[in-house]
Design a protein around this ligand. Sequence first.
Ligand code: SAH
Length: 365
Amino acid sequence: MKVNLIGHPKNQLIEFFAELGEPGFRASQVLKWIHQRGVTEFEEMTDLSKLLRAKLAEIAVVEGLKPKTEIVSADGTRKWLLALPDGNCIETVFIPEDSRGTLCISSQVGCSLNCTFCATGRQGFNRNLSSAEIISQLWHVHNELRSDNNRRPITNIVLMGMGEPLLNYEAVVAAMLLMLDDNAYGFSRRRVTLSTAGIIPGIERLLTDCPVSLAVSLHAPHDELRNQLVPLNRKYPIAELMDACRKYAAFDRRWRVTFEYIMLKGINDSVSQARQLARILTEVPAKVNLIPYNTVDGLQYERSDQDAIDRFRDVLLSQHIMTITRKTRGDDVDAACGQLKGKFTDRTHRSAKLAAEAVPLESLV
Ligand code: SAH
């Protein structure tokens, strides 16, 4: 089996070349070829000796994921279904805006967390993605957009696609190191955002290994409701989560943790819940993203009315908490938050179980 170098961050490439008796700067050379120039053939890496190129071709490959389909939404959002070697598929979404372009990347095939409102969670879980498969999503879209001059390039990356990134820790960190590396993509830490449902030990480790912007999917102001919506809360309850966020934000005085809060009609969108939310956020440098719920087939949730969303936002603003309502993008092609499903075999059999038992909404409130 040849080793695929596309997912190797610099430290791993340095090790790889050391074993071949080559100096460390080969790593930077190869990173540039792969990630900045989109070159996959060692033969074309002309600043390496002919001998080394031949050797590399014998033992290694540079292999990205192949796109199966690409769909463009009416609002310009683009969604790619990318094929994995094992036959599963994952989704990656590019969201162009006036002044920026955001790429939304998946970290797992499916998700093991089972949040009750999320399409990915309802589909079950298959496996972790490798660092090669994670960075390939950026590599592929970066190459596509570069050859297409009218479109704006990627300015921000969010790990908000399928999966829970902090449950695939090593591979996600390796991929993020590539995103930040000046010899690869050179994104600033501020422009790479990892979104988590609240894996506390992962948040703590991230601060040492690869601090980037942090988003936390909160969705409820107290444990009783959050236990229902985000079952992970039973393991990592809100008070401890807030503590971890406060420590994380202390990394840099300018940092704020983004709290994502999905707006579900009649469930978590009342004025008193907004006040509760403001109260638990007082100790944390925070900003809040209100996400209008996007419909998921088979679920009975409804999106909060615009009035309710505005009222909720105003309560937070009156408590001096920076709050924005996220614009819904790409929902006509199921590319919006919570709508990504990919195509894969569910090893947990959760999708079949859920289809058999309809969960009455009242049980959640
Ligand atoms: N597992 C990580 C990464 C996924 S991010 C996390 O939970 O943060 C995906 C974001 O979309 C999360 O904030 C999630 O809560 C939100 N989301 C899930 N389903 C949604 C839906 N139906 N409508 C709107 N947002 C949704």
